[in-house]
Design a binder for this molecule. Structure first.
Ligand SMILES: [Fe+2]
Ligand SMILES: [Fe+2]
Length: 375
Protein backbone atom coordinates (compact mmCIF):
# COMPACT_ATOMS: atom_id res chain seq x y z
CA UNK A 1 0.00 0.00 0.00
CA UNK A 2 1.17 3.44 -0.84
CA UNK A 3 -0.38 6.55 0.66
CA UNK A 4 0.99 9.81 -0.71
CA UNK A 5 0.84 12.55 1.89
CA UNK A 6 -0.73 14.96 -0.60
CA UNK A 7 -3.89 12.89 -0.84
CA UNK A 8 -4.25 12.27 2.86
CA UNK A 9 -3.78 15.93 3.57
CA UNK A 10 -6.28 16.82 0.89
CA UNK A 11 -9.04 14.70 2.30
CA UNK A 12 -10.24 16.10 5.57
CA UNK A 13 -11.57 12.91 7.07
CA UNK A 14 -13.26 14.45 10.05
CA UNK A 15 -15.34 16.70 7.85
CA UNK A 16 -17.36 13.66 6.86
CA UNK A 17 -18.68 12.92 10.30
CA UNK A 18 -19.42 15.53 12.92
CA UNK A 19 -18.86 14.36 16.45
CA UNK A 20 -21.78 13.19 18.60
CA UNK A 21 -22.00 12.23 22.26
CA UNK A 22 -22.85 8.65 21.33
CA UNK A 23 -20.20 8.36 18.63
CA UNK A 24 -17.25 6.32 19.88
CA UNK A 25 -14.62 7.93 17.70
CA UNK A 26 -11.76 5.64 16.85
CA UNK A 27 -13.85 2.50 16.95
CA UNK A 28 -15.09 2.95 13.42
CA UNK A 29 -12.87 5.48 11.70
CA UNK A 30 -14.20 7.71 8.94
CA UNK A 31 -13.43 6.50 5.42
CA UNK A 32 -10.99 8.41 3.20
CA UNK A 33 -13.75 10.40 1.51
CA UNK A 34 -16.31 13.01 2.44
CA UNK A 35 -20.07 13.25 2.27
CA UNK A 36 -21.66 15.10 -0.65
CA UNK A 37 -25.01 16.12 0.83
CA UNK A 38 -27.52 15.30 3.56
CA UNK A 39 -28.03 11.60 2.80
CA UNK A 40 -24.38 10.64 2.57
CA UNK A 41 -23.62 12.80 5.64
CA UNK A 42 -26.19 10.93 7.74
CA UNK A 43 -24.90 7.58 6.44
CA UNK A 44 -21.26 8.33 7.20
CA UNK A 45 -22.16 9.61 10.66
CA UNK A 46 -24.37 6.56 11.30
CA UNK A 47 -21.67 4.09 10.26
CA UNK A 48 -19.28 5.43 12.88
CA UNK A 49 -21.57 4.02 15.57
CA UNK A 50 -22.24 0.39 16.47
CA UNK A 51 -25.46 -0.92 14.92
CA UNK A 52 -28.29 -1.01 17.47
CA UNK A 53 -29.81 -4.39 18.31
CA UNK A 54 -33.25 -2.83 17.99
CA UNK A 55 -35.02 -1.46 14.94
CA UNK A 56 -33.94 2.04 16.04
CA UNK A 57 -33.61 4.25 12.95
CA UNK A 58 -30.81 6.71 12.24
CA UNK A 59 -32.33 10.13 12.78
CA UNK A 60 -33.57 11.80 9.65
CA UNK A 61 -32.31 9.19 7.19
CA UNK A 62 -35.62 8.06 5.70
CA UNK A 63 -36.81 11.64 5.28
CA UNK A 64 -33.53 12.80 3.77
CA UNK A 65 -33.61 9.93 1.26
CA UNK A 66 -37.19 10.69 0.31
CA UNK A 67 -36.48 14.40 -0.10
CA UNK A 68 -33.30 13.84 -2.13
CA UNK A 69 -35.09 11.42 -4.47
CA UNK A 70 -38.05 13.71 -4.98
CA UNK A 71 -35.88 16.78 -5.59
CA UNK A 72 -33.06 15.45 -7.75
CA UNK A 73 -33.23 16.51 -11.39
CA UNK A 74 -31.20 13.45 -12.40
CA UNK A 75 -30.14 10.72 -9.98
CA UNK A 76 -27.46 9.51 -12.42
CA UNK A 77 -25.57 12.77 -11.87
CA UNK A 78 -26.58 13.35 -8.26
CA UNK A 79 -23.45 13.41 -6.13
CA UNK A 80 -25.21 12.81 -2.82
CA UNK A 81 -27.42 9.94 -3.98
CA UNK A 82 -24.76 8.20 -6.04
CA UNK A 83 -22.24 8.36 -3.20
CA UNK A 84 -24.94 7.15 -0.79
CA UNK A 85 -25.71 4.18 -3.00
CA UNK A 86 -22.03 3.35 -3.21
CA UNK A 87 -21.78 3.49 0.60
CA UNK A 88 -24.85 1.25 1.00
CA UNK A 89 -23.70 -1.26 -1.62
CA UNK A 90 -20.31 -1.07 0.08
CA UNK A 91 -21.85 -2.67 3.19
CA UNK A 92 -22.38 -5.79 1.07
CA UNK A 93 -18.94 -5.71 -0.59
CA UNK A 94 -16.99 -4.70 2.50
CA UNK A 95 -13.90 -2.52 2.46
CA UNK A 96 -15.66 0.75 1.59
CA UNK A 97 -16.59 2.29 4.95
CA UNK A 98 -15.15 0.78 8.15
CA UNK A 99 -18.24 -0.07 10.21
CA UNK A 100 -20.09 -2.52 12.42
CA UNK A 101 -20.88 -5.38 10.03
CA UNK A 102 -24.39 -5.71 11.43
CA UNK A 103 -25.35 -2.52 9.62
CA UNK A 104 -25.43 -4.54 6.37
CA UNK A 105 -28.90 -5.89 7.13
CA UNK A 106 -30.21 -3.21 9.45
CA UNK A 107 -33.76 -2.48 8.25
CA UNK A 108 -33.18 1.28 8.06
CA UNK A 109 -30.20 0.97 5.73
CA UNK A 110 -31.79 -1.76 3.64
CA UNK A 111 -34.83 0.50 3.24
CA UNK A 112 -32.61 3.40 2.15
CA UNK A 113 -30.87 1.24 -0.45
CA UNK A 114 -34.12 -0.18 -1.77
CA UNK A 115 -35.54 3.36 -2.16
CA UNK A 116 -32.45 4.65 -3.98
CA UNK A 117 -32.28 1.48 -6.11
CA UNK A 118 -35.89 1.98 -7.19
CA UNK A 119 -35.36 5.64 -8.10
CA UNK A 120 -32.15 4.81 -9.99
CA UNK A 121 -33.81 2.00 -11.91
CA UNK A 122 -36.79 4.23 -12.77
CA UNK A 123 -34.45 6.89 -14.15
CA UNK A 124 -32.42 4.37 -16.15
CA UNK A 125 -35.56 2.93 -17.73
CA UNK A 126 -36.72 6.44 -18.58
CA UNK A 127 -33.36 7.40 -20.13
CA UNK A 128 -32.67 4.14 -21.92
CA UNK A 129 -35.40 2.65 -24.07
CA UNK A 130 -35.05 -1.09 -24.70
CA UNK A 131 -33.38 -1.55 -28.09
CA UNK A 132 -35.08 -3.57 -30.80
CA UNK A 133 -35.26 -7.19 -29.65
CA UNK A 134 -33.42 -9.90 -31.59
CA UNK A 135 -34.75 -13.45 -31.90
CA UNK A 136 -34.42 -15.24 -28.58
CA UNK A 137 -31.85 -17.88 -29.55
CA UNK A 138 -28.32 -17.53 -28.16
CA UNK A 139 -26.66 -16.83 -31.53
CA UNK A 140 -29.11 -14.04 -32.40
CA UNK A 141 -28.72 -12.44 -28.97
CA UNK A 142 -24.92 -12.54 -29.25
CA UNK A 143 -25.07 -11.11 -32.78
CA UNK A 144 -27.32 -8.24 -31.64
CA UNK A 145 -24.93 -7.45 -28.78
CA UNK A 146 -21.90 -7.47 -31.09
CA UNK A 147 -23.75 -5.11 -33.45
CA UNK A 148 -24.61 -2.80 -30.57
CA UNK A 149 -20.96 -2.62 -29.50
CA UNK A 150 -19.33 -2.40 -32.92
CA UNK A 151 -16.36 0.00 -32.60
CA UNK A 152 -16.95 3.36 -34.23
CA UNK A 153 -14.27 5.56 -35.77
CA UNK A 154 -13.64 9.00 -34.35
CA UNK A 155 -12.61 10.34 -30.98
CA UNK A 156 -12.63 8.04 -27.99
CA UNK A 157 -11.18 8.15 -24.54
CA UNK A 158 -8.94 5.15 -25.21
CA UNK A 159 -7.59 6.68 -28.45
CA UNK A 160 -6.90 9.91 -26.60
CA UNK A 161 -4.92 8.02 -23.95
CA UNK A 162 -3.06 6.07 -26.64
CA UNK A 163 -2.07 9.11 -28.70
CA UNK A 164 -1.90 12.22 -26.58
CA UNK A 165 -2.77 11.94 -22.89
CA UNK A 166 -0.28 13.66 -20.62
CA UNK A 167 1.20 11.92 -17.62
CA UNK A 168 -1.35 13.65 -15.40
CA UNK A 169 -4.28 12.69 -17.63
CA UNK A 170 -3.14 9.06 -17.66
CA UNK A 171 -3.12 9.11 -13.86
CA UNK A 172 -6.57 10.68 -13.85
CA UNK A 173 -7.74 7.83 -16.05
CA UNK A 174 -6.50 5.28 -13.51
CA UNK A 175 -8.06 7.19 -10.59
CA UNK A 176 -11.46 7.27 -12.33
CA UNK A 177 -11.26 3.62 -13.24
CA UNK A 178 -10.32 2.58 -9.71
CA UNK A 179 -13.90 3.02 -8.43
CA UNK A 180 -14.89 -0.19 -10.21
CA UNK A 181 -11.62 -1.89 -10.91
CA UNK A 182 -10.42 -2.24 -7.31
CA UNK A 183 -13.58 -4.33 -6.93
CA UNK A 184 -13.47 -5.77 -10.43
CA UNK A 185 -16.02 -8.50 -11.18
CA UNK A 186 -17.50 -8.50 -7.66
CA UNK A 187 -20.80 -6.88 -8.66
CA UNK A 188 -21.49 -9.58 -11.23
CA UNK A 189 -20.62 -12.35 -8.79
CA UNK A 190 -23.75 -11.48 -6.78
CA UNK A 191 -25.69 -12.95 -9.71
CA UNK A 192 -24.11 -16.39 -9.77
CA UNK A 193 -26.70 -18.29 -7.72
CA UNK A 194 -29.49 -16.45 -9.52
CA UNK A 195 -28.73 -17.80 -12.98
CA UNK A 196 -29.79 -21.05 -14.63
CA UNK A 197 -27.38 -23.74 -15.94
CA UNK A 198 -25.62 -22.52 -19.09
CA UNK A 199 -25.62 -18.85 -18.06
CA UNK A 200 -24.30 -19.72 -14.60
CA UNK A 201 -21.52 -21.90 -16.02
CA UNK A 202 -20.56 -19.10 -18.44
CA UNK A 203 -20.43 -16.48 -15.71
CA UNK A 204 -18.27 -18.75 -13.57
CA UNK A 205 -15.89 -19.37 -16.45
CA UNK A 206 -15.39 -15.63 -16.85
CA UNK A 207 -15.18 -14.98 -13.11
CA UNK A 208 -12.52 -17.69 -12.69
CA UNK A 209 -10.24 -15.57 -14.89
CA UNK A 210 -11.28 -12.31 -13.24
CA UNK A 211 -10.31 -13.82 -9.88
CA UNK A 212 -6.93 -15.04 -11.10
CA UNK A 213 -7.65 -18.70 -11.87
CA UNK A 214 -6.48 -19.76 -8.42
CA UNK A 215 -3.59 -17.27 -8.23
CA UNK A 216 -4.48 -14.33 -5.97
CA UNK A 217 -1.71 -12.19 -7.45
CA UNK A 218 -3.38 -12.56 -10.89
CA UNK A 219 -6.79 -11.34 -9.71
CA UNK A 220 -7.65 -8.47 -12.01
CA UNK A 221 -8.40 -6.17 -9.07
CA UNK A 222 -4.97 -7.01 -7.65
CA UNK A 223 -3.18 -6.45 -10.96
CA UNK A 224 -4.89 -3.06 -11.14
CA UNK A 225 -3.89 -2.23 -7.54
CA UNK A 226 -0.31 -2.97 -8.58
CA UNK A 227 -0.63 -0.57 -11.51
CA UNK A 228 -1.80 2.11 -9.07
CA UNK A 229 1.11 1.50 -6.72
CA UNK A 230 3.58 1.57 -9.61
CA UNK A 231 2.19 4.99 -10.54
CA UNK A 232 2.68 6.18 -6.96
CA UNK A 233 -1.07 6.17 -6.31
CA UNK A 234 -2.86 5.04 -3.17
CA UNK A 235 -4.59 1.70 -3.80
CA UNK A 236 -6.91 1.78 -0.78
CA UNK A 237 -10.52 1.66 -1.88
CA UNK A 238 -12.01 5.14 -1.90
CA UNK A 239 -8.73 7.04 -1.46
CA UNK A 240 -9.63 9.23 -4.47
CA UNK A 241 -13.40 9.00 -4.31
CA UNK A 242 -13.69 12.73 -3.53
CA UNK A 243 -12.22 13.37 -6.97
CA UNK A 244 -14.60 11.14 -8.90
CA UNK A 245 -17.69 12.68 -10.51
CA UNK A 246 -21.15 11.21 -9.93
CA UNK A 247 -21.41 9.96 -13.52
CA UNK A 248 -18.42 7.63 -12.99
CA UNK A 249 -19.78 6.46 -9.64
CA UNK A 250 -23.10 5.73 -11.39
CA UNK A 251 -21.37 3.36 -13.84
CA UNK A 252 -20.24 1.37 -10.81
CA UNK A 253 -23.41 1.55 -8.71
CA UNK A 254 -25.43 0.45 -11.74
CA UNK A 255 -23.48 -2.82 -11.72
CA UNK A 256 -24.28 -3.26 -8.03
CA UNK A 257 -27.93 -2.46 -8.74
CA UNK A 258 -28.08 -5.16 -11.43
CA UNK A 259 -26.04 -7.63 -9.40
CA UNK A 260 -27.76 -7.27 -6.03
CA UNK A 261 -31.34 -7.45 -7.30
CA UNK A 262 -32.34 -10.88 -8.55
CA UNK A 263 -35.12 -9.36 -10.63
CA UNK A 264 -32.43 -7.56 -12.66
CA UNK A 265 -30.34 -10.64 -13.55
CA UNK A 266 -31.24 -10.13 -17.21
CA UNK A 267 -29.88 -6.58 -17.13
CA UNK A 268 -26.74 -7.86 -15.39
CA UNK A 269 -26.12 -10.40 -18.17
CA UNK A 270 -26.62 -7.87 -20.98
CA UNK A 271 -24.49 -5.31 -19.20
CA UNK A 272 -21.64 -7.72 -18.53
CA UNK A 273 -21.66 -8.95 -22.13
CA UNK A 274 -21.28 -5.38 -23.38
CA UNK A 275 -18.66 -4.65 -20.77
CA UNK A 276 -16.56 -7.55 -22.05
CA UNK A 277 -17.24 -6.71 -25.71
CA UNK A 278 -15.99 -3.14 -25.27
CA UNK A 279 -12.86 -4.03 -23.34
CA UNK A 280 -10.23 -5.72 -25.49
CA UNK A 281 -9.52 -2.98 -28.04
CA UNK A 282 -9.70 -0.02 -25.61
CA UNK A 283 -7.39 -1.80 -23.16
CA UNK A 284 -4.83 -2.30 -25.93
CA UNK A 285 -4.97 1.43 -26.63
CA UNK A 286 -4.65 2.35 -22.94
CA UNK A 287 -1.63 0.04 -22.63
CA UNK A 288 -0.13 1.75 -25.70
CA UNK A 289 -0.67 5.11 -24.00
CA UNK A 290 1.28 4.10 -20.91
CA UNK A 291 4.05 2.62 -23.09
CA UNK A 292 4.20 5.91 -25.02
CA UNK A 293 4.66 7.68 -21.68
CA UNK A 294 7.60 5.40 -20.91
CA UNK A 295 6.04 2.89 -18.53
CA UNK A 296 6.88 -0.80 -18.61
CA UNK A 297 5.03 -4.05 -18.07
CA UNK A 298 4.57 -3.48 -14.34
CA UNK A 299 2.13 -0.67 -15.21
CA UNK A 300 0.67 -2.03 -18.47
CA UNK A 301 0.13 -5.59 -17.18
CA UNK A 302 -3.50 -4.88 -16.27
CA UNK A 303 -4.36 -3.49 -19.70
CA UNK A 304 -2.35 -6.14 -21.57
CA UNK A 305 -4.07 -8.90 -19.60
CA UNK A 306 -7.46 -7.68 -20.85
CA UNK A 307 -6.54 -7.63 -24.52
CA UNK A 308 -6.44 -11.43 -24.64
CA UNK A 309 -8.75 -12.30 -21.75
CA UNK A 310 -11.65 -10.18 -22.93
CA UNK A 311 -11.39 -11.34 -26.52
CA UNK A 312 -12.36 -14.72 -25.02
CA UNK A 313 -14.76 -13.37 -22.39
CA UNK A 314 -16.81 -11.42 -24.92
CA UNK A 315 -17.64 -14.65 -26.77
CA UNK A 316 -18.65 -16.49 -23.60
CA UNK A 317 -20.59 -13.51 -22.25
CA UNK A 318 -22.43 -12.89 -25.53
CA UNK A 319 -23.40 -16.45 -26.45
CA UNK A 320 -23.53 -18.38 -23.21
CA UNK A 321 -24.23 -15.83 -20.48
CA UNK A 322 -26.62 -13.41 -22.23
CA UNK A 323 -27.68 -15.78 -25.04
CA UNK A 324 -27.96 -18.81 -22.75
CA UNK A 325 -30.07 -16.81 -20.29
CA UNK A 326 -32.39 -15.58 -23.06
CA UNK A 327 -32.95 -19.14 -24.26
CA UNK A 328 -33.69 -20.38 -20.78
CA UNK A 329 -35.81 -17.43 -19.63
CA UNK A 330 -37.24 -15.75 -22.75
CA UNK A 331 -39.11 -13.19 -20.63
CA UNK A 332 -35.74 -11.69 -19.67
CA UNK A 333 -34.75 -10.77 -23.23
CA UNK A 334 -35.94 -7.13 -22.98
CA UNK A 335 -33.93 -6.68 -19.77
CA UNK A 336 -30.85 -8.29 -21.34
CA UNK A 337 -30.99 -5.71 -24.13
CA UNK A 338 -31.80 -2.93 -21.64
CA UNK A 339 -28.74 -3.80 -19.51
CA UNK A 340 -26.59 -3.89 -22.64
CA UNK A 341 -27.75 -0.47 -23.75
CA UNK A 342 -27.45 0.91 -20.20
CA UNK A 343 -23.76 -0.01 -20.18
CA UNK A 344 -23.24 1.72 -23.53
CA UNK A 345 -25.06 4.87 -22.42
CA UNK A 346 -23.73 5.36 -18.88
CA UNK A 347 -20.15 4.28 -19.53
CA UNK A 348 -20.24 6.27 -22.78
CA UNK A 349 -21.42 9.42 -21.00
CA UNK A 350 -18.81 9.13 -18.27
CA UNK A 351 -16.08 8.65 -20.90
CA UNK A 352 -17.40 11.57 -22.97
CA UNK A 353 -17.31 13.81 -19.89
CA UNK A 354 -13.68 12.88 -19.24
CA UNK A 355 -12.72 13.42 -22.86
CA UNK A 356 -14.50 16.79 -23.02
CA UNK A 357 -12.64 17.96 -19.92
CA UNK A 358 -9.26 16.93 -21.32
CA UNK A 359 -9.93 18.38 -24.75
CA UNK A 360 -10.92 21.61 -23.03
CA UNK A 361 -7.63 21.63 -21.13
CA UNK A 362 -9.32 20.88 -17.80
CA UNK A 363 -8.92 18.14 -15.23
CA UNK A 364 -11.55 15.39 -15.51
CA UNK A 365 -11.57 15.04 -11.75
CA UNK A 366 -14.07 16.58 -9.39
CA UNK A 367 -12.76 19.40 -7.23
CA UNK A 368 -9.93 20.46 -9.44
CA UNK A 369 -7.92 22.01 -6.65
CA UNK A 370 -7.54 18.62 -5.09
CA UNK A 371 -6.85 17.04 -8.47
CA UNK A 372 -3.86 19.26 -8.95
CA UNK A 373 -2.45 18.17 -5.61
CA UNK A 374 -2.65 14.51 -6.62
CA UNK A 375 -0.43 14.94 -9.65
FE1 LIG B 1 -11.00 -8.26 -15.89
FE1 LIG C 1 -13.14 -9.84 -18.58
Amino acid sequence: MNAPATTDAALDRDAAAPSGADSPRGRFPAPPFRSRGPVSAILLETLRRPAPDSDERPEGLALAVEKAISETPDIVRDDDLQLSLLILQGLHYGGVVPSDERWEWHPSLVAARVAIDAAFERRLRELIPVPELPDGDAESVAAALFTLTKPTPGPSLARFVAKQASEEQAREYVILRSVYTLKEADAQTWSVPRLPGRAKAALMEIQADEYGGGRPERMHSEIFARTMRELGLDDRYGAYLDLVPASTIASFTMMGLFGLNRRLRGAMAGHYAVYEMTSSLPNRLIGDGFRRLGYGAEVTDYFDEHVEADAVHEQIAGRDLAGGLAEHEPALLPDIMFGAKASMVLDGEAAAETLAAWEGGRSALRRRALAERVA
